[in-house]
Every structure is written in C-alpha cells, then in structure tokens.
Design a protein around this ligand. Sequence first.
Ligand code: MG
Length: 248
Amino acid sequence: MIVRKSPAEIEVMREAGRVSALALRLAGDAVGVGITTAELDRIAEEAIRKEGGIPAFKGYNGFPATLCTSVNEQVVHGIPGPRKLRDGDILSIDVGAIIDGYYGDNARTFAVGEVAPRTLRLMQVTRQSLEAGIARCRVGMRLYDVSAAVQQVAEAAGFGIVREYVGHGIGRHMHEEPQVPNYGPAGKGPSLQPGMVLAIEPMINEGGEAVRQLDDGWTVVTSDGKPSAHYEHTVAITDKGPVILTLE
Ligand code: MG
C-alpha cells in the first residue's frame, strides 16, 4: 500500500528534508583532496544532531555510519573510513535524517579536484535524469512515467542504468512502497496522487549496468570498474505539482 501524507505531515517531512540537505551540503563543502570519508561522516552527523535530528542510516540494518560514501566505481552504500580522497576522484554522498519520526533522504556526486571530462558528463547526465523524473511527479501521471523519464535521459547519453537498486516511497519509514525503478514503461504503474512522497535516486554508470556487492556486505561497485554517479531528492506530489522536500 502506498501511504499518502497529509499536508501537515508533508510539512514535517520538509523539515526532515531540510536537515538532510544541510548535512549533504556541509559534507559536500568539505570534499577535497586529502580529506577522509570518515571526516565527512563526522561533519554530517554533527550537523544533523545539532538540528535535533537523528541520522537515518546509522544502525539501519546494521549500517555503521551517517553517510554512505561511494568513491569512483563504488555505486552506493560505501562505508566511511580512513580512505583519503584524491585528485580526479568522484564521491557520491547519500544521507538521510529523521525529524519527529519522519524521514528525509538525498544524495549527490561531488568532483574531487580535476575529474575526467566523460566522468563530469556522467555526473551532469545523472543530475539531469533526476530532474526529468521529478518533472513527471504530477497528479495524473503514472509511476513509471517517472522511471521512463530517468531512463530516457541516461540512455540517450549512452550510460548504464543500475537495475538492482531503486528509489522508494518514504515517510514514517525510510523505505515504503512503491519501489521507484530508474527504468520502466511510460504510462504504466500506480497513478500518482497528492500526498505521495517519493525518493527518486538514479544510479548511473559510465560503462555497463552490471554491479556487484563487495565482501563487506554493503559496498556496491560496477562490475566493469568504471565510475558511477548518484543523485537523489525526496519529492512530494501535490495538487500544485512536485515539491522537492530535500532543500535548505
Ligand atoms: Mg533513498
């Protein structure tokens, strides 16, 4: 069942989204050559707690940190640690916060120093695919209209769309129905209704779509070792159109 939120609930989720966006920006501002992903994690956790929030990922199914930090060929769910960022890396940061029992969730990929042009293009296209998906978050559209919009942008650029990991409904739980794939048949799926809130999160690979999980039980990497980018917003569907909740 897809849980629809009241306008009052969406206001609380806007606050959870704001804190999630703040943590993402502050961690992103600190990204640079030589910093460790563990240091970025500490910055984000402090920011969330200072705002009265709870890091949404820490302890979720045993995940040990506030951020998922995924470098280069790492797609999602990378664990922060002593790894120092190097010139030419890209880093995907995914972070969520809980405020008054409601969740926010957002992600973005950051460049470290000078990044290869094709990888910068990957980042740009992944961001554009998210924007295309958000633009379809309107009453009267179907869920897979959102998915197809993401797919079209990514495939037009010749990049690989990760299939095994998808976006999701969000609210009192981080992962609610429905699943939001980054590919799918336009015109199909549940009708979008006011009060639905979706976390849309394209994970796009510079090479092929295949991924695998590392032995740490978390980190997902591309099978061909090429870079991957990840952008995410939490979006409410309203009578007035899509409202991005993960904004400061
Ligand atoms: Mg998510």
